[in-house]
Design a protein around this ligand. Structure first.
Ligand code: ADP
Length: 485
């Protein structure tokens, strides 16, 4: 039997990406396909998406979707069905998916993503002939209202399907002033603690969490962490109240995109058996970042420059890192104050600290293939992908012990080293002492040569492909469908 699932997301590779959500939404259709799931993805029609899909057929149109004309275009996403919500008044703007070119959130984000949710609810309700679905899978707050619309304002006489919501990051909840409620096209009954109301405002993510058949998040440890106030960020009580309807499913990585044996972004391809070839990538990286060339440890960072990622603390540790004979190449974008702090550090250590601000997919691959260790000092990390890419590329992850980082990296403690199981370094405390200690441990291990290579090889042997998690999602959809039959 084949199940038809509509996956609704605000970004997906290769069409639009600001973070890990795009990697996951882009890979999921291929991950579940071998397990009898035909997944269609629904994306907003940002300029990059419309350009990426080229000429597309219109399947459906709305005269007024949240007040604006819109069309549904049929296209494909890496060989899987894609539907694009083309609503120029909502999505036809230059800038990012969520904000203007300077990074300020669009004031009408509530309307933009309510429209995405309404379109999804219409689709699963059967509004478009020939496109029928068994399950609705919404990702993050931007897609969450789909679940609220199906529950409170379904297509009249339409079908109602089981729903899954995946939390990729609890820090982004899509909360808007109560004044937008009357414009959402929801009945008064939806304005309640059991519906969209969240601490006096309209909570998009909260609505989805309240009403979904199943809540998933992207690692088992994060699924446990969001039950506490520190990680639940106001929704911990709701998560606890949903009991066993909350589960963690680890993200996989796309092993065709991220394969060091055949990666066009590398200066030299390599495998676990030819690690010496990484050196050509290290040299290429040094020259990209204007770093002095030597065989000492080269740390890399590929990250949003935010408090979540611990990027406010890292600049404080640069003197220590350089003092240990290490160098750093950083690729990131985000907070201007954090950028300034890195600039100051780099000015103190010419040739030892290299910086690149902006977004560069190809360079991120070269960094994983040429760096010795990737530093990920996140305060919280629902899953994290850069440590998984690091593992696959022999770029040893040095991670804070939280969320998906704790679930995917095996710390090089004595027992794990003896057993040959270690794949990286974990540390506690995202502060000067925590980071400085982790950097010291990493440099010491790196200098041991043989033990270091063993850590690299164990990481490269670990399987973080979608094979396991693809089946877990497919089984989940099947279980939810069986529950309502
Ligand atoms: P998050 O989604 O919280 O930003 P993840 O680790 O889950 O963190 O995913 C981040 C993704 O974005 C990874 O694929 C990473 O390689 C990529 N990435 C982050 N910053 C940059 C950048 N400046 N340039 C290129 N890729 C980046």
């Amino acid at each position: 039997m084949s199940l038809a699932v509509l996956s609704v997301a605000s970004e997906a590779v290769p069409l639009v990406k600001t973070g890990g959500l795009a990697d996951v939404a882009g890979a999921l259709p291929g991950a579940v396909a071998p397990h009898g799931v035909a997944m269609t993805t629904l994306l907003p029609g940002y300029p990059s998406v419309l350009k990426g899909i080229g000429k597309a057929r219109a399947l459906h149109q709305w005269d007024a979707l949240l007040g604006e004309p819109a069309r549904l275009l049929a296209a494909s996403l890496s060989g899987h069905p894609l539907l694009v919500l083309d609503a120029p008044a909502l999505f036809g703007r230059e800038g990012g998916p969520y904000g203007d070119p300077r990074g300020k959130d669009w004031a009408d984000n509530w309307r933009r993503f309510a429209a995405l949710g309404r379109a999804a609810a219409d689709l699963v309700g059967g509004a478009v002939k020939g496109r029928e679905f068994d399950v609705l899978h919404a990702h993050d707050w931007q897609a969450a209202l789909a679940i609220g619309y199906q529950r409170f304002a379904p297509v009249p006489g339409g079908k109602s399907v089981p729903t899954v919501i995946t939390i990729h990051n609890m820090a982004f909840q899509g909360v808007f002033p109560a004044e937008v409620f009357p414009q959402l096209g929801l009945p008064r009954a939806a304005w309640s603690i059991d519906g969209v109301e969240s601490y006096g405002g309209v909570g998009f993510l909260k609505t989805g969490l309240q009403s979904a058949s199943m809540i998933t998040t992207v690692s088992p440890t994060y699924a446990a962490e969001i039950r506490s106030p520190e990680f639940g960020m106001g929704l911990d009580g709701l998560i606890v109240s949903r009991g066993d309807r909350v589960m963690g499913i680890l993200n996989g990585i796309d092993t065709t995109e991220w394969n060091p044996a055949a990666d066009p972004a590398l200066a030299q391809a390599f495998t676990a058996r030819s690690l010496a070839r990484r050196k050509a990538n290290k040299r290429a990286l040094e020259s990209e970042f204007g770093l002095a060339s030597d065989d000492g440890p080269l740390f890399v960072v590929i990250s949003r420059l935010t408090w979540q990622k611990g990027m406010d603390v890292l600049p404080e540790v640069l003197d220590h890192l350089v003092g240990n004979g290490a160098r750093l190449a950083l690729l990131g974008s985000g907070d201007a104050a954090i950028e300034a702090a890195f600039h100051a550090g780099a000015a103190r250590h010419p040739g030892r600290i290299g910086l690149r601000f902006g977004y560069d997919e190809a360079l991120s691959h070269l960094m994983q293939g040429g760096g010795d260790a990737i530093l990920i000092p996140s305060r919280f990390e629902p899953c994290g992908l850069t440590q998984l890419y690091g593992l696959a590329y022999g770029c040893v992850p040095v991670v804070a012990r939280t969320g998906g980082l704790a679930d995917t990296v095996i710390d090089a403690n004595v027992a794990a080293l003896d057993a040959g199981a270690a794949t990286g370094i974990q540390f506690s405390g995202v502060d000067y002492a925590g980071l400085a200690g982790a950097i010291g441990r990493t440099v010491a291990l790196y200098r041991q040569g043989k033990a270091w290579r063993r850590i690299q090889q164990s990481g490269m042997a670990a399987d973080f492909s979608w094979a396991t998690s693809g089946k877990v999602y497919a089984d989940l959809y099947a279980r939810l469908v069986a529950e309502v039959r």
